[in-house]
Design a protein around this ligand. Structure first.
Ligand code: CMP
Length: 142
């Protein structure tokens, strides 16, 4: 089924100037950008986005990293988009990510791992609405 997923290019990858190279991976996988915005998140915005991780030991570092520079936030649409996006990102820890995945090629550590992607269709809907209004999504009809 055609799905949508929320993708974030994190401050490390933006700082390394590889937004375009990562977009190319999305496009090569058949994922279409239907909304996009660059933002320098506040502590509140980043903490709210990662609310489910608030009790985890890495939460403070995660938020600190996510507000250390601008991020590129996009909604990707395509057949099986949630799983497809996770496949091309690779494992959360770049040391465990398969060769040729975004994290294997662009990430340095589990804390600075280049990209975020929704882990389920349910969470994708929540994460998309966290950053975008429904009217900001641009259906791709061709
Ligand atoms: P992300 O997919 O954005 O979701 C939460 C982030 O927390 C994750 O990517 C990692 O960058 C970061 N993180 C740091 N340590 C861990 C850990 N032990 N397990 C999962 N995520 C971690």
């Amino acid at each position: 089924a055609v799905e949508r997923t929320l993708s974030i290019i994190k401050p490390d990858a933006v700082g390394n100037n590889v937004i375009g190279q990562i977009y190319t991976r999305f496009e090569a996988a058949g994922l279409k950008v239907v909304a996009a915005r660059m933002a320098h998140l506040t502590e509140k915005e980043a903490g709210g986005f990662y609310e489910v991780h608030r009790a985890r030991p890495f939460f403070k570092d995660l938020v600190g990293f996510m507000i250390s520079g601008p991020v590129m936030i996009q909604v990707l649409e395509g057949e099986n988009a949630v799983a497809k996006h996770r496949d091309i990102m690779g494992a959360t820890d770049p040391k465990k990510a398969a060769p040729g995945t975004i994290r294997a090629d662009f990430a340095a550590s589990i804390d600075e791992n280049a990209v975020h992607g929704s882990d389920s269709a349910e969470n994708a809907a929540v994460e998309i609405s966290y950053f975008f209004r429904a009217t900001e999504l641009c259906p791709r009809t061709r």
